[in-house]
Design a protein around this ligand. Structure first.
Ligand code: F6R
Length: 617
């Protein structure tokens, strides 16, 4: 959650920090702040609201000069979003300044102790407690900033990525991480350094980045190599500089009105990138190196447990159908947040697949650690290269969707399904649970999916016209069966999170067990009724909705006539195998949510109360 950015070097820090904060705003956007050091003074501006709001304030409030600064965009945990609770926070003496992403769980006990020593607090945040703890240690122990930060971090319980500045030592910034990401961009000849929650704020300045690992602290000092130490035992860590693969174009809107729309339209490319080099349809081969190297683990697995949150959990549900049908391996799909706390039975014969776009989701990360501690083999399906989850697994494979910046997941979902389907198919061949003719058929069908998605994107105007009719709805029901039940859940999640319309997804047959009571002539019901997926049963469900005057928006296979006669609106998807249909049925549901949200005047890229990367539990 929260985005951190910082700069120390020879350029003006403010434009770098403010542009960086705009790029990190997907991580949290309820308040923002910046501290600039002009060689003599600390200039601080912070405010409730977006980074653009901060920019306006800076114009009137402070000098924007200085070649050192730190900035923050917040997703509130402790204390409501207001000006005072916004970061940066300053210590009692006014010398130390901090920005923080994460939660200090034992902050209250520390706060009471500091109050008894004469400290006063202005905000409700755990962060203000941390910076005063650092100040107290620095004074009491007579140590430098780096050491004081280290001692303080050994006393706190929680998660953090922090950047700390000390006015009495103005040529350095100290950063540290536990559970929340932090990257350091290293400029040419060590003349400048960049700090950020991900590398996006500095990719136009340097391609050399150091990603801190958990429990590491780095002292960034002008003209000197970055020094990294372990927080708990003070040992030095070898500096690993990575070359960034990301480019500027990937993180810009490229002419689209919103990142979400851009990312919906990127799906043909993203799906292709996910199977590129892995799916060799002509040769009848699937090759995924992380899987090949651990094939025995998968073949001997008595069960696969999938852990994930939100949209990634929905992708896991689709995978449950494919793994069981193709590879005949029992699968359980778990919310990572429930799994980690319910003392689950896990053995060495389990393979755990953790799915995460960001690779930073706190609950998923904790679920992985738990599974590994019980001896299970953990395989990660992540999008962000080098993310915490990607590093924490025994093995894994990337989805290659490219940066996803819109808070609502779109291309992450379809690329997760693509990769998980390839894995299921590969296992099916290895286990002999699928004939080679069927295997080849799926490979060929999969290869056609990007073109079919492209085809679907061409009916965007038709979907927009449907959206216009339902933009004032207050409730919405999504129904699907089999492979398309998770798509119904995902469709409902997409609508509720960006348009704030209450929406529920159900397996179509469950409707009779309760939700049918909701149906009247004001209730839009989106039904996925593909030709190969329990079609007749879904048609019966549609009849039941019609008899109760519900408004039916049906997603059908092209050429369908039966549902066309019953539904108020029909969206056709190209024909494909049922197991691959989620890759197509999802697209119109994403577009429908997008258009409804835009027409309702919602900020689709930054929906209220949400953040892209949920690094707190
Ligand atoms: C919804 C959405 C969230 C994420 C969830 C998990 O559109 O984006 O539900 O899917 O927070 O995030 P990752 O996949 O990064 O672990």
């Amino acid at each position: 959650m929260c985005g951190i950015t910082g700069y120390i070097g020879y350029r003006e820090a403010y434009p770098i920090i403010i542009n960086g904060l705009k790029r990190l705003e997907y991580r949290g956007y309820d308040s923002a702040g910046v501290m600039l050091y002009d060689g003599n003074n600390i200039n601080l501006s912070k405010t409730k609201g977006k980074v653009s709001h901060l920019q306006e304030n800076v114009k009137h409030e402070i000098s924007d000069k200085g070649t050192l600064g730190i900035g923050h965009t917040r997703w509130a945990t402790h204390g409501i979003p207001n000006d005072v609770n916004s970061h940066p926070h300053v210590s009692q003496s006014g010398n130390l300044v901090i920005v923080h992403n994460g939660i200090i769980e034992n902050y209250d006990a520390i706060k009471q102790e500091l109050i008894s020593r004469g400290y006063t607090f202005h905000s409700d945040t755990d962060t203000e407690v941390l910076i005063n703890l650092i100040e107290e240690i620095k004074g009491q122990e007579k140590v430098k900033l780096g050491k004081a930060v280290q001692i303080a971090l050994n006393q706190v319980i929680g998660a953090y990525a922090i950047a700390v500045f000390d006015k009495t030592k103005p040529d350095e910034i100290v950063v540290a991480r536990l559970g929340s990401p932090i990257a350091i961009g290293v400029g040419k000849d060590l003349k400048e350094f960049f700090i950020a929650s991900d590398a996006s704020p500095f990719i136009e300045y340097t391609k050399d980045a150091v990603y801190l690992e958990d429990e590491e602290l780095a002292i960034i000092k002008m003209g000197r190599e970055v020094k990294v130490r372990k927080i708990n035992d003070d040992s030095f860590v070898d500096l690993k500089i990575q070359e960034l693969q990301m480019n500027l174009e990937q993180i810009e809107k490229g002419g689209y009105e919103h990142f979400m729309l851009k990312e919906i339209y990127e799906q043909p490319r993203a799906i292709t990138d996910t199977f590129r080099g892995r799916l060799l349809a002509n040769e009848g081969i699937i090759k995924i190196s992380g899987l090949e190297n651990n094939m025995k683990k998968f073949l001997n697995a008595e069960r696969i447990i999938i852990v994930a949150c939100g949209t990634s959990w929905h992708a896991g549900l689709v995978a449950e159908y494919t793994f069981e049908e193709f590879a005949r391996i029992p699968v359980e799909v778990e919310y990572a947040s429930e799994f980690r706390y319910r003392n689950p039975v896990i053995t060495e014969k389990d393979v755990v697949i953790a799915i995460s776009q960001s690779g930073e989701t706190a609950d998923t990360l904790a679920a992985i650690k738990l599974a590994r501690s019980k001896g299970a083999f953990v395989f990660g399906v992540c999008n962000v290269v080098g993310s915490s989850i990607a590093r924490e697994n025994d093995s894994g494979a990337y989805t290659h969707a490219g940066p996803e910046i819109g808070v609502a997941s779109t291309k992450a979902f379809t690329t997760q399904i693509t990769l998980l389907t390839l894995i299921a198919l590969r296992l099916a061949r290895a286990k002999g649970t699928m004939t080679s003719a069927d295997f080849r058929l799926y490979l060929q069908e999969m290869e056609l999916i990007p073109n079919k998605v492209e085809q679907l994107l061409k009916i965007d105007d038709h979907i927009k016209a449907i959206a216009k009719k339902y933009l004032l709805s207050t409730n919405c029901l999504y129904l699907g069966r089999g492979y398309n039940f998770p798509v119904a859940l995902e469709g409902a999640l997409k609508l509720k999170e960006i348009s704030y319309i209450h929406a529920e997804g159900y397996p179509a047959a469950e409707m009779k067990h309760g939700p049918i009571a909701l149906i009247d002539d004001r209730m839009p019901v989106i039904v996925i009724a593909t030709s190969k997926g329990h079609y007749e049963k879904v048609v019966s469900n549609i009849q039941e909705i019609k008899s109760r005057s519900g408004k039916i928006i049906a997603v059908v296979t092209e050429g369908d006539t039966t549902v066309r006669d019953l539904a108020d609106h029909v969206i056709e998807i190209p024909e494909t195998e049922e197991a691959l249909s989620p890759l197509l049925t999802t697209i119109p549901l994403q577009l429908l949510s997008y258009h409804i949200a835009v027409m309702r005047g919602c900020n689709v890229d930054q929906p209220r109360n949400l953040a892209k990367s949920v690094t707190v539990e």
